[in-house]
Design a protein. Structure first.
Length: 251
């Protein structure tokens, strides 16, 4: 019998909360935003005292082993104060990966009223999870600077056109993605998910209005050099239209 998601979460919490070196535990992703479906993984985050990263990960592993056999344990470190491990329990859905993040002496900072990125706090004995008001003035300055960088990027569309003229589909498609589609996605993010312009395509189908999403999706559907030329022009128009909307937002 497959192990229920809530059983996995509650077992992890019960094991981790017993250790005083584990300062806080929270969930991010679908559990925090209320968007869990049959394909969702579990994003578990912990803040621990210095020197306790390995112990916290071992404790999480013991909690999971108490439920069943693990068929995946992939650990990696990103600096001296962050560790990331992926677990999977045998006989559970292949999508039910357990991402276990451990931070040293810190939690996470979240923007108040952010519907996309927020924590579901399971315990926080040290007050490491904090919420801050959105500094709209600073955000507008950063947006204007980044917007100009993206305008300068798309101005180099000749990098795409020369490969279309040469008949090199793969190079033309790759540069179309780099010099047009990626900047377009970022400016759409600036407009529709302004707190997260760097999210790229993560859950983008949930974040864009349906008509905008369908328009963007169509730009990815390319099967020939001729179509690539037509959609390059459409992507540039879409980009310029979105930039104009962003520039009209009061600073």
């Amino acid at each position: 019998m497959s192990i229920a998601r809530d059983v996995i979460i509650s077992t992890l919490r019960n094991y981790l909360e017993l250790d005083p070196s584990i300062l806080a535990m929270w969930l991010e992703g679908a559990d925090a935003t209320g968007n869990v479906d049959s394909f969702s993984d579990i994003d578990v985050c912990c803040s621990v005292s210095a020197g306790s990263m390995d112990a916290a990960t071992s404790r999480a592993q013991a909690a999971l082993v108490s439920l069943g056999k693990l068929d995946l344990i992939e650990k990696s470190s990103r600096g001296k104060d962050f560790q990331f491990t992926v677990f999977h329990l045998e006989d559970t859905s292949p999508y039910l990966l357990i991402d276990f993040d451990v931070y040293v002496d810190r939690g996470s900072q979240f923007t108040e009223d952010d519907a996309i990125e927020k924590p579901l706090i399971l315990f926080d004995r040290a007050g490491v999870i904090r919420f801050f008001a959105n500094d709209q003035h600073l955000a507008s300055i950063k947006r204007a600077e980044r917007l100009q960088e993206l305008v300068n990027t798309t101005a180099q569309y000749s990098r795409i056109e020369k490969y279309i003229q040469r008949g090199n589909f793969l190079e033309a498609f790759g540069y179309y993605h780099k010099w047009l589609l990626m900047p377009l996605i970022e400016v759409l993010r600036m407009r529709y998910t302004p707190l997260h312009p760097d999210y790229y395509i993560i859950h983008i189908s949930q974040h864009l209005p349906p008509d905008v999403l369908h328009r963007l999706e169509d730009l990815f559907k390319i099967s020939s050099l001729e179509e690539l030329g037509t959609k390059s022009q459409a992507a540039r128009s879409f980009f310029e239209e979105t930039v104009s909307c962003l520039k009209a937002i009061p600073q």
